[in-house]
Write a new protein. Structure first.
Lengths: 248, 75
């Protein structure tokens, strides 16, 4: 038997790479004009539209099912939030930044679809592990670059700031080996983070407005909480999901 | 709603007997390894077309590879 924790080869199709480039370019170009955001829209929705038309056949049936399930879940989650928001606004509630409300709904829709499709396709342990590795890597790069740049505060900071990435890598490593323990730790860490950083602001500014105005928190805590919940639901028989036995 | 028909399969056993890895089998039937893994784990029931393709690779019938779990679907 091969190492059960050996990662699956991760092949990105040409369509995925082109779409990803369009998404990132669109985001970056919004510094010039927000109309470039439509490039992000084309990158996000283009492959799916082409697949529905039948011009792009880069997914097998299991991948297509994962995407359909994710789409339905994204509809349910976003519609739930949208109903609450409509009720709130129609009841006289106001938002200081309506543009953030629109971005929040779009982020919620996209995030739920993306994360759910990963969960359906890879399963909880590997989705969580890759999410945590990605978070750790982003933090590591950010910590190094910010300390090397104009904010140079000495060698101690350069060495200590990247250490905050270690828990992400450690939990990512644990996610494929002890999913439920890793899930519990993730939930505890997320709740702690929320209580420490977010709760005071929410009580100060009013709950709904504060949550929506800080869409970044959704993109940070959302994957951690979703990973934690998914990991907690992993059964013992799923703990070696990556297994690919070599025939004898 | 809980599905009325739970399906069990013998894909893993036949794959191992045929000397194939999941990757080999995936290549033969034109899907990803993750799809084969999910079928073997019982998390995904393939379409009739894919079930037929799998049966063809092993030289078996679909019924040999996929069966209803006992006690399901015949009430």
């Amino acid at each position: 038997m091969t190492d059960p924790h050996r990662p699956t080869r991760w092949r990105l199709s040409a369509a995925t790479m082109i779409a990803g480039t369009m998404v990132i370019a669109g985001f970056l170009l919004t510094e010039i004009s927000w109309w470039f955001f439509l490039l992000t829209a084309a990158g996000t929705l283009g492959p799916g539209l082409l697949r529905e038309i039948g011009w792009l056949a880069d997914r097998d049936e299991f991948q297509r099912r994962a995407e359909y399930r994710a789409g339905y879940l994204a509809f349910l989650v976003t519609a739930c939030v949208a109903f609450v928001l409509v009720a709130h606004i129609r009841s006289g509630g106001a938002f200081e930044h309506p543009e953030r409300l629109a971005s929040f709904l779009l982020a919620l829709l996209w995030f739920t679809w993306f994360f759910s499709s990963l969960l359906s396709y890879w399963g909880a342990p590997r989705t969580a592990a890759r999410t945590l590795y990605a978070f750790g890597t982003v933090w590591l790069v950010f910590a190094i670059l910010s300390n090397l740049g104009s904010e140079w505060t000495g060698w101690a900071a350069l060495l200590l700031h990247p250490l905050l990435a270690v828990p992400f890598f450690a939990l990512g490593w644990l996610a494929t080996r002890k999913p439920r323990l890793s899930g519990a730790l993730l939930i505890i860490a997320s709740v702690g983070f929320f209580l420490f950083f977010e709760a005071p602001r929410i009580s100060r500014e009013g709950s709904l407005t504060a949550i929506i105005d800080d869409g970044g928190m959704l993109l940070f805590l959302g994957p951690l909480i979703a990973s934690g919940v998914a990991l907690l639901s992993v059964g013992a028989e799923d703990e070696n999901e990556d297994e690919d036995e070599t025939p004898t | 709603m809980k599905p009325r028909h739970d399906i069990q399969n013998a894909v893993r056993q036949h794959r191992l007997m045929s000397g194939l890895t999941q990757e080999d089998l995936a290549d033969r039937v034109g899907v990803t390894r993750q799809t084969i893994l999910s079928i073997e784990k019982g998390k995904y029931t393939p379409s009739v077309a894919l079930a037929l393709a799998l049966a063809e690779v092993f030289g078996e019938t679909v019924e040999t590879l996929f069966q209803l779990k006992q006690g399901d679907g015949h009430d």
